[in-house]
Design a protein around this ligand. Sequence first.
Ligand SMILES: [Zn+2]
Ligand SMILES: [Zn+2]
Length: 367
Amino acid sequence: MRAAVFHAPGTVVLEDRPIPAVGPGDLLIRVQAASVCGTDLRIFNYGHFKLAPGAHRVQGHETAGEIVATGDEVTGYAVGDRVSVTPNVGCGRCPMCLRGLNNMCPDYEAFGVSLDGGFAEYLLVPAFAVQRGNVFHLPAGLDYTQAALVEPFSCCLRGVRSVGIGPQDDVLVVGAGPIGAFTVMLARLAGARRIIVANRSRGRLAQLAGYGADTLIEVGDRDLVEAVKAETGGRGVDVAITAASSAQVQADAVQLLATHGRLNFFAGLSGRGGPPTVAIDTNRVHYQGLTLTGTTGSSNADYADALQIVGQGRVDLSGLLTRTFSVEDIHEAFAYAASGAGMKAGIAFGTDPSARAADLEQAGVPA
Ligand SMILES: [Zn+2]
Ligand SMILES: [Zn+2]
């Protein structure tokens, strides 16, 4: 099978690998849709603390497909089932896992990081990930493309939940990439009174109107705080979500909240030598009664809810996949995802079914 494999920072190699062997508790999935995440790009550029130097890893964690083999001890899943897989597998025992927060487990394993991921024709889900509930049956009628996109969407659901949006809220989303778009959809679904999207450049901004944004602010050289204050008659916004990796945006976001405003730091900061420390106006937090939250990833419970929202057709994620690349063109796919030219990049395999059947037979998977 073909797989896009991380070798070292800056090096991802298209390999021809054997189809993984299926153990008694494992599932083997034929990947039908996969999409590129900012995390994939970060691993490609900088590596990952869970990846020892020299370790090779199949990248990708936004993925959906069809089960083609199940181990003898597997129950609840069958060959032919349409499924998606959540990336972070918790240890199952720590205080975070016991609260259902597998995304906060300090001893997590993750597809595309410490386990081989979805940028391959076949994805092996090891027994412990099956048992921890990381494999989800897709709602009938939900296509694989949207199913792969549910993962980042579920992370946005977690972010939105942390600030509790309602019909009385003016909401600001900073950043007009896929995360900004998903967040706008969720704010709309939550009944926000008004949704403002601010972005440094025009680029992706115009697309956000189609997902429910009321007001688009091209920040350019303007001051973000001034621009938002001007739009809100000086009041500021009830909720702000930062979906742009910028220290300045994080500091500004504290300044543009209305009294009792809530802020979610969705995007993290990165950089060689470690992320910067950001100075924020804590007196504003104190005297205006602000709430600051941070979220990362999503729990399996968030994911289940997100899958239901998408499966019921309450939002349509498919427009966010703006270009699909063959796995052979993984470098182009990464460059496209990093360029900000479109939204999400998809990875496709496109092997003809008879070749796949031969591959599987060779791997000892019964047809
Ligand atoms: Zn992702
Ligand atoms: Zn744990």
